[in-house]
Design a protein around this ligand. Structure first.
Ligand code: ACM
Length: 521
């Protein structure tokens, strides 16, 4: 390893907590055996390793037998402390991967696969002790502005898991479409999943033009179960989002009686914030509880996201019913009506053993007792919530909005606006310096958000995700003190090249300088 830098010899993303370079290589040959020591869960992770490396090695490694010379051992050890951590030792004779749980082993396998990618069948000797900085390492995908079938969703989840991200926030409902089958309310998908047309060009351009093409689709409950299993196999938890009380035109198109005004309503084909929202009547709560009951059955994770963002209060202000409700419930203004709304849903979810997550607007009018806040309009909502003792997930537009441009709009595919180059994602520090240590513990992680108004194709979606998702993986996994953008670029570039070779579209412009330097030496 004479002149090699650690980041060149070990091209890992995310960079581990602690890494000790060692001399030499372990050569993975046809006689090498993969050994799983522990229960069935260790064996299942060992099978993941075998699947992942077979094509690159050119043979299918044997999975069997006992530890010894020329083995790669995956072992569970209950005495380790970090549930998602692992220890990896590679020397010339053998490889040992140890973790407290199968989840940790799975991340050790991702590391092994990345190490192997460098030199075909040689693993550079090393000792690694690794564990995530944050428990919540998320990616959000909007499948409502444009619908993506489950094959695409699975590919995204697979890529997340390889980067040691572990929460997929599935944005399932919007003004532009309802995307999940609810058996009690078939019109949600018969009517709410389809729009007549979609805006062409930028949302701000006038006059507005539409394509005249019907767009839509939804996931059957069987498909949802399939995706949940796929994610579970990769240690990814899914947080479903069912938006309320705003961004609800698809609901209102199907069930107009849930609005505060008579309608009619349409699933829309343009973007923005719409004034027609759900009315806080008993019928609405019954509807939402019935919907959420079906959703809860499908998703085993603890969190259910209920949106709460961008809900204009005009319809509530002009509704006699809402004005009466304010008096009855002693609610000062419409923000407090929204808090009343969210609190009722919070109580319902808590009664079913689930925890509510909402966008930071749920702070307005008072935070519901069990709510976790997703801070998107900057980090100030997250700071407020943490100071009130609530858990927080940081997703500010400034660093986490992957629908933003990565370069000059003139040179990029059409997008919503903004500017979020790779380096800005990488620089993100999820724990604001304003928080003291007790408050900071409430920042459970961070998340990249991908909204899809302008993303009609999977290749464009990939282009927005990569390589920025590499950076988000390091933001959420790697200790802040171990981060280094220049070194990251040198590790991420070969990873990006490999991704391209798999057929994934990657925004390679961030690596231009690194590539020029490499050519120069
Ligand atoms: C959001 O971007 N409206 C949460």
């Amino acid at each position: 390893m004479q002149n090699e830098q650690p980041f060149e010899r070990y091209p890992l993303v995310p960079w581990p907590r602690s890494i000790s370079p060692r001399e030499g290589y372990f050569v993975w040959n046809r006689a090498t055996r993969v050994v799983a020591a522990g229960d069935d869960s260790a064996r299942r992770v060992a099978a993941v390793l075998v699947e992942r490396v077979a094509a690159g090695l050119g043979f299918r490694p044997a999975l069997d037998g006992a530890a010894g010379e020329n083995t790669i051992v995956l072992r569970l050890d209950a005495d380790l402390t970090e549930a998602q951590g692992y220890r990896l030792r590679v020397d010339q004779n053998s490889v040992e991967l140890v973790a407290k749980t199968a989840h940790g082993l799975f991340y050790g396998v991702q590391t092994l696969v990345q190490l192997l990618a460098k030199a075909g069948s040689e693993l550079p000797a090393v000792e690694i002790e690794d564990a995530p900085r944050f428990a919540y390492r998320g990616l959000h995908l909007d499948v409502a502005r444009h619908f993506y079938p489950i094959a695409v969703v699975k590919r995204v989840i697979e890529q997340m898991a390889r980067l040691k991200l572990n929460v997929f926030h599935w944005h399932l409902t919007e003004d532009q479409g309802w995307r999940i089958e609810i058996k009690k309310y078939p019109r949600l998908t018969e009517v709410g999943a389809w729009r007549e047309q979609t805006l062409i060009g930028h949302g701000q351009a006038e006059p507005k033009r539409y394509d005249g093409v019907r767009h839509g689709g939804f996931y059957t409950q069987a498909e949802v179960r399939e995706v949940v299993q796929f994610a579970t196999d990769r240690f990814v938890t899914i947080v479903p989002e069912i938006e309320m009380p705003g961004h609800a035109l698809a609901i209102l198109a199907a069930y107009p009686e849930l609005g505060c005004s008579p309608g009619p309503f349409k699933v829309v084909g343009s973007w923005g914030i719409f004034e027609d929202i759900l009315c806080p009547r008993e019928e609405t709560f019954t509807f939402l509880e019935n919907v959420l009951s079906e959703v809860i059955e499908l998703f085993p994770g603890k969190y259910v996201h209920v949106g709460g963002d961008e809900a204009p209060k005009a319809r509530w202000k002009s509704s006699e019913f809402v004005q009466r409700l304010k008096v009855e419930q002693n609610l000062r203004d419409e923000d407090e009506v929204q808090s009343y709304f969210i609190r009722r849903i919070d109580r319902f979810l808590a009664s079913r053993g689930k925890a509510l997550v909402g966008w930071d607007e749920i702070l307005e009018g008072g935070l519901s007792p069990n709510a976790t806040v997703m801070s998107w309009r900057g980090v100030s909502g997250g700071i407020d919530a943490a100071r009130q003792g609530h858990d927080v997930i940081m997703t500010p537009t400034t660093h986490c909005y992957f629908d933003y441009y990565q370069g000059s709009p003139e040179l990029e595919p059409p997008g919503i606006g903004g500017f979020l180059p790779l380096e800005l994602v990488y620089e993100f520090e999820p724990v604001p310096s304003e928080l003291n240590a007790d408050e900071a513990r409430h920042v459970i992680g961070a998340q990249a958000n991908l909204w899809t108004e302008y993303l009609k194709q999977e290749s464009h979606l990939e282009y927005m995700l990569f390589p920025r998702l590499f950076a988000m993986s390091e933001v959420t996994w790697t200790p802040a003190a171990a981060k280094n953008y220049a070194a990251f670029l040198r590790r991420a570039e070969p990873a990006a090249v490999r991704l391209e070779a798999e057929g994934v579209r990657v925004a390679m412009r961030a690596f231009e300088e690194v590539r020029q330097q490499r050519r120069a030496v």
